[in-house]
Design a protein around this ligand. Structure first.
Ligand code: IPE
Ligand code: IPE
Ligand code: MG
Length: 254
């Protein structure tokens, strides 16, 4: 599934009729995977069925991102605010990485994908943590797509955390206030190993950032896709990239 030639990709037909430019693939794509609950509601199913189906979309989108040569794919899976949901829903979501990796880890390994995370993992249940750590260890030497799950992640909490660690270094006289620069703050964020996202996609039609990568998305291109996450597919990802390619990024310049 993963290994398609670039030539095949070029011929991928699409309603927009625009060719995908394989020389201008965004390096880092970040996605707010939203709409699982509404997808289930539309079908008179419990919300957890939407989360299950959303997990299938994660597989499809990961395969496509890898095929396209995207270097970093960051997926917002659980926010620091999502703990306010009913316990049964939270428990179900917490078990999804276990399920996901049980069925998908061999394919990730085979396709050279490296699993990483951002977020406060220490608050996750042990079974979730164990599954994730196993995936990280078993993919640690892979050099292809970096698949980064944002788990118990929140942009504000991340900034608070980084300010604290900077303060501790100041208090210990390991640095002075003159050392505080944008690069230095970047170094203290959970995303310090990654470039800023070029493209930020949110599914389900909602148009807000919901505390995702609030520092890092300063100059990301935002695309709001109407589809609910379980309905999102590889063609939608390709369409988003085509839209991205049609935009002019200016970074404040001309
Ligand atoms: C996104 O889908 C998944 C998580 C936030 C964990 P939602 O569960 O938010 O689905 P909607 O927005 O209620 O439809
Ligand atoms: C954002 O979706 C979080 C994730 C996709 C994990 P939410 O559904 O939690 O966001 P709001 O509540 O609509 O802003
Ligand atoms: Mg939602």
């Amino acid at each position: 599934m993963f290994k398609k030639s670039r030539k095949q990709k070029r011929n991928e037909s699409d309603h927009s009729n625009i060719e995908l430019d394989l020389d201008n693939i965004p390096q880092h794509v970040a996605i707010i995977m939203d709409g699982n609950g509404r997808w289930a509601k539309q079908r008179k199913l419990p919300r957890i069925k939407g989360h299950y189906q959303g997990m299938q979309t994660v597989k499809k989108v990961t395969r496509e991102a890898s095929d396209l040569g995207i270097k970093y794919l960051t997926l917002y899976a659980f926010s620091t605010e999502n703990w306010t949901r009913p316990k049964s829903e939270v428990n179900y979501i917490m078990n999804l990485p276990v399920d996901f990796l049980k069925t998908f880890l061999p394919e990730l390994i085979e396709n050279n994908v490296k699993v990483e995370t951002i977020g406060f993992l220490e608050d996750l249940p042990n079974s979730t943590l164990n599954a994730i750590n196993k995936a990280k260890v078993e993919t640690q030497h892979n050099t292809g797509l970096k698949l980064i799950f944002a788990l118990n992640y929140g942009g504000r909490a991340e900034i608070v955390h980084s300010v604290k660690s900077i303060y501790e270094k100041l208090a210990a006289n390991q640095m002075s206030s003159d050392d505080i620069t944008e690069d230095m703050i970047n170094e203290h964020l959970m995303t310090h190993n990654y470039p800023d996202p070029d493209l930020l996609i949110r599914s389900s039609g909602e148009q807000r950032i919901s505390n995702f990568l609030i520092w890092q998305a300063s100059y990301s291109e935002f695309i709001f896709n109407e589809k609910l996450w379980p309905d999102f597919d590889k063609h939608d990802l390709i369409d988003c990239i085509k839209i991205y390619q049609s935009r002019q990024r200016r970074f404040g310049g001309l």
